[in-house]
Design a protein around this ligand. Structure first.
Ligand SMILES: Cc1cc2nc3c(=O)[nH]c(=O)nc-3n(C[C@H](O)[C@H](O)[C@H](O)COP(=O)(O)O)c2cc1C
Length: 320
């Protein structure tokens, strides 16, 4: 079985991390539970959730698995209420994305948790190391959802060198064993998969969105140039980031009319709010990464973990 020192830090069997997949859907725990049961690290997102909902998600996940899992927060925006709720009932792993760690690592360590920080630049990685991160997720610009501008192949080795001996998990563009083998060769100790798990049987998003992913090409996954005019801005300490989504009529129109999007931002926000309320936000903005071009079918989370690890192992041993 393929393991790295990261596995001992996170209490997992194989070096696969499920990226948090936050959004306006209610069923958030089947996917992380399945990933944990398969030996990887499952993650619950908290974006758009109240402290009460997060407490309920934690209880639901604990009923489905006794293995370690992560809870993610971002600074787009950051909710002190949710963080306090997590401190009161600490998850094994706390994961911050899209913003400066500040004092959060110390507060998580006081509660006995492992602190994971996601970064998109070398400077953010050095800040995370200084703040006491136990694990750093280096995410390249191929990734779905909010992210940076530097590709995974370029970012990961620089972060690995800068923060050693802190274990680094590579993220962005990894959908199978070839990707896992590649990032291990870059010095990462594990891989974070987001888009691949979005198109898994257990993920709580609409089947239509999974179909969009399995039929997309990599060219369909574009950065949203108009994002700042429609999405909530980061709160204090938040990093600048631009989301990546599959193309739709809405995405193409507003990517071509960014100045008008600034003017019509109230209208665009209202359209997105209504689509979210009706469970069809993916018809406007189906967040996904460039590796959608590598994802041809919906699979169970266990199958994704198993084949990714087995294929990476086969590739790595065939080189020796
Ligand atoms: C629909 C969607 C929602 C996401 N939500 C979050 C989130 O709430 N917090 C976060 O840190 N990352 C979020 N991400 C990023 C993923 O966790 C993961 O890091 C990323 O998808 C990895 O790149 P990949 O898409 O190339 O696999 C999201 C990504 C997608 C596609």
């Amino acid at each position: 079985m393929l393991t790295t020192p990261l596995c001992a830090v996170l209490g997992i069997e194989v070096p696969i991390v499920q990226g948090p997949l936050g959004g306006p859907w209610s069923q958030l725990t089947d996917l992380p539970a399945a990933v944990c049961e398969a030996g990887g690290l499952g993650t619950i997102p908290t974006s758009l959730r109240t402290a009460g909902e997060v407490r309920a998600d934690l209880a639901q996940l604990r009923a489905k698995t006794s293995r370690p899992f992560a809870v993610n927060m971002t600074r787009r925006p950051f909710s002190e209420d949710v963080f306090e709720a997590l401190l009161a009932d600490p998850p094994p792993v706390f994961w911050l994305s899209l913003g400066d760690p500040g004092e959060l690592a110390d507060r998580v360590h006081d509660g006995g948790g492992v602190f994971v920080q996601q970064v998109e630049t070398l400077d953010q990685a050095e800040r995370a190391a200084d703040a006491g991160a136990d694990v750093i997720v280096a995410q390249g610009s191929e990734a779905g959802g909010f992210g940076g501008q530097i590709g995974t192949l370029v970012l990961v080795p620089q972060v690995v060198a800068a923060v050693a001996p802190i274990p680094v998990v590579a993220s962005g563009g990894i959908a199978d064993g070839r990707g896992l083998a590649a990032v291990l060769a870059l010095g990462a100790q594990g891989a974070c998969l987001g888009t691949r798990f979005l198109a898994s049987a257990e993920c709580g998003v609409a089947p239509e969105w999974k179909d969009q992913i399995t039929t997309a090409t990599s060219e369909d996954a574009v950065k949203l140039a108009f994002a700042e005019h429609v999405f909530t801005p980061p709160t204090a300490g938040g990093y600048m980031s631009v989301p990546r989504s599959l193309r739709t009529g809405f995405v193409d129109e507003w990517n071509a009319r960014v100045a008008e999007a600034a003017h019509d931002s109230d209208l665009l926000r209202a359209q997105l709010r209504m689509a979210s309320a009706n469970g069809v936000a993916h018809r406007l903005v189906p967040f996904a990464g460039q590796c959608a071009g590598l994802v041809g079918e919906v699979l169970s989370a266990a199958e994704i973990v198993r084949t990714t690890v087995a294929d990476a192992e086969r590739i790595l041993t065939s080189w020796c």
